[in-house]
Write a protein that binds this ligand. Sequence first.
Ligand SMILES: *Cc1c(COP(=O)(O)O)cnc(C)c1O
Length: 483
Amino acid sequence: MNPDLLLFEKSSPGRRTLRLGALDVPQPDLTRLPAGALRLAPPALPEIGELDLVRHYTRLSKKNMSIVDSFYPLGSCTMKYNPVLHEEAAALPGFTDIHPWQDAGRLQGALAILRDLERDFAEISGLPCVSLHPAAGAQGELASLLVARAYFAERGEGERTTVLIPDSAHGTNPASAAVAGMRAVTVVSAADGGVDLDDLKTKVGADTAVFMITNPSTLGLFEERIAEIADIIHDAGGLIYMDGANLNAIMGITRPGDFGADMMHINVHKTFATPHGGGGPGAGPICVTEALGPYLPLPRIVEDENRLRLSEEAPDSIGMLRGWAGNFSVLLRAWCYLRRLGPEGIRRVSENAVLNANYLRARLRERWHVPFDRLCMHEFVANTRFQREAGVHAIDVAKRLIDLGHHPPTIYFPLVVPEALMMEPTETETRETLDSFVEDMLRIADECDQTPELVKQAPTTTPVSRLDEGRAVKQPVLRFRAE
Ligand SMILES: *Cc1c(COP(=O)(O)O)cnc(C)c1O
């Protein structure tokens, strides 16, 4: 580091000033700390040269599997490749050097991007009022349920606290209902994988607040009875919430607002160009009808006299769930992605995602059991039923795929399919990549017949083989030095 930029100066005994360029930043006076709080010896940090450090992390990074190493068909998660151009745009200093608390007069460009994005999401969802505030899909679910509660409270219908959720739903749906202080009630699936309308009708009542539906569902199936479901819920005075994690199958083709949804979230990091994995970062904007708009979170982006600003003047709002108007750098990438693709490109993304999934399904269905074997959307679920006699489980197939150089698909989810292998190729993969995955899945099917032990012992090419995954989560050993 340039010594002119950063140096400690002793201006008076015990008093230090950190000089940052032209700024003098006062530092705490250490003589005022209680003696017992002062270190007697330097901290035991690793002593290591730069070269060894670089080698260490490079070695570790090579043990990772990511989308730039291999095919990553992790269903529900939408692990698609995102163009590097958006990363470059998000790294421009005009974006990275702004601060959330800066005066709005100097944030006009950033606010204009967010306002554009609100309009794009309104158009894509068919729901006119948008908040970019929530941090991820799960927080979008929570925000929307709080919006619904506020809406019902205002109408004097506070007794509506039940959230109906299909049994194929993602675990965040019932969790969000619980966090919002509501009651989750499960609706079972029919034989075709859609919502069982008879079961739904028995569970709808005067206490129904919201029906949360993922469409297409986590089985990769479009709910063909969605209009009828929306009528049943609306006739009972409830609202339809659409979990938008699978928007990448339908965007540009149909709009949730047009098939009955009153509110939805968008997983920006799944559908729109932010690399995700390892738990973040994300953004979970929500889109709602005009009637629900007043309850959206704060702050709002408002325009007066051609100036944009953030406003907290919305008396019916549910308030803030996190800082600022949203996760700016993630939303910025989504804006770039949308500008780059345009309306036609958005539709092509969905069409190619659906085509790729159906190609995989059609090529794998002879050797892998596909429980709901009909035209799928952007993902589909297979399982190991054909391999039952060999005693091979979904986890064994997943581990064997690692040996063959692919990231495993999502396994054991959705819960309604035993031994589930949930595959989502995404629109960014080539025919050649899909073919190589198919060849290896067919090879594993042969191995299950001929040498099942090989599959059950996989992986054999990794630094460690099978871990006690439960214990690794509950008792992680995170230290730099062997004891
Ligand atoms: C990913 C996902 C969620 C949760 O979204 P996050 O952005 O990870 O919080 C909810 N529902 C479905 C169907 C999902 O796939």
